[in-house]
Design a protein around this ligand. Structure first.
Ligand SMILES: [Zn+2]
Length: 344
């Protein structure tokens, strides 16, 4: 009997639930909107109903390995509590894991969404030929995840890998986390929009001003489209994004000396606009990077040598969903190995 798991990716704008088989193929995916203003219990009900529906549909012919849930914010892995989540305001200090387990009558593995995305990219994406991987996800905010020796690095309580809140500028823009000048304030979609508004307010960006007046849904994507068409002020914004990412990546490379650093999330589709300044910054600031023959092409088999690779994610918006489904598979694998060891 083949096995499958259910993965959940709960974001500020979308709730996605999928049945994923043990090779990583998505068998079925359910997507619904979850505006942050909606009551928490309603979102929880919808999430648990979608999980139950998929579990019932595929359990006759397949073995259900478990349920993994990726959720934005700071999670205490010991208690299953969500402590802080800027994109889910009504969920602060809420026992998400207990509530889901009570509704579903089974165990649930809760994980930070960027950690889940890192695990997904490690399994089937840019890091599939490597044991270790460091990932930055550039979306509404900036998330981070570390996979070391094939497992998510949790730290003491599960809050490790908050790479979006590493300081880039000590006197910089205030961040929702309480600090100033965090990476998130220079490399998220929110930051790109803010930097564009600042350039418009300073009278430095006539094309951006025109685009904003014409389009009420002015977004980071629009800024990228202008950069792609050669607009200098828009290109300058993405150079700043790249520099901020480069500053943080240089420290990460010096700290960890891993093979693969992956940039994912919606903003990563603007790769060609920010990658040159990002890689230039890493080269300037990390002697470990310079010493390990860097390349920015996607990961090659290990036989190509020990090089540091900084690349974009390969699974797109499914990384978090696939990684969430992978959580129970990894947990079961560890459990099976432990049982085997006990029998020896
Ligand atoms: Zn911060």
């Amino acid at each position: 009997m083949a096995s499958f798991a259910i993965g959940v990716d709960l974001g500020g704008t979308n709730l996605r639930v999928a049945a994923v088989d043990n090779r990583g193929v998505i068998m079925e995916k359910i997507t619904t909107g979850t505006e942050v203003a909606r009551p928490r219990d309603q979102v929880l009900d919808e999430m648990c109903n979608a999980i139950s529906d998929l579990a019932a549909k595929f359990s006759d012919a397949n073995h259900l390995a478990g349920i993994g849930v990726g959720i934005p914010g700071i999670i205490d892995m010991h208690t299953g509590m969500l402590h802080e989540s800027p994109n889910l305001p009504g969920w602060q200090d809420y026992p998400v894991r207990n509530e889901m387990e009570r509704r579903l009558g089974t165990t649930v593995i809760l994980e930070n969404d960027a950690n889940a995305a890192a695990l997904g990219e490690k399994w089937l994406g840019a890091g599939s030929d490597s044991d270790d991987l460091c990932m930055l996800t550039l979306g509404t905010g900036v998330g981070g995840g570390l996979v070391l020796g094939g497992k998510i690095w949790h730290g003491m309580t599960g809050m490790a890998g908050e790479l979006g809140h590493i300081t880039v500028d000590p006197n910089g823009v205030e961040c929702g986390c309480g600090n100033r000048g965090c990476l998130e304030q220079y490399a998220s979609a929110t930051a790109i929009k803010r930097m564009a508004m600042e350039a418009i307010a300073n009278g430095e960006a006539p094309e951006l001003a025109y685009a904003m007046n014409k389009n009420p849904e002015f977004s980071a994507k629009l800024v990228y489209e202008l950069a792609d068409q050669g607009d200098q002020p828009a290109q300058q914004i993405f150079r700043k994004v790249g520099q901020a990412l480069g500053v943080v990546l240089a420290s990460l490379v010096n700290t960890f000396n891993l093979r693969i650093y992956v940039i994912g999330g919606g903003v990563s589709s603007a790769w060609k606009a920010f990658a040159p300044s990002m890689l230039e910054e890493v080269r300037k600031r990390s002697f470990v990077y310079v010493a390990t023959t860097p390349t920015d092409v996607p990961a090659k088999p290990r036989s190509s040598g020990w090089t540091t690779v900084i690349t974009h994610a390969l699974l797109g918006s499914d990384a978090g969903l696939i990684g969430a489904a992978r959580l129970p598979m990894v947990a079961n694998g560890v459990r099976l190995q432990e049982e085997e060891l006990r029998q020896v």
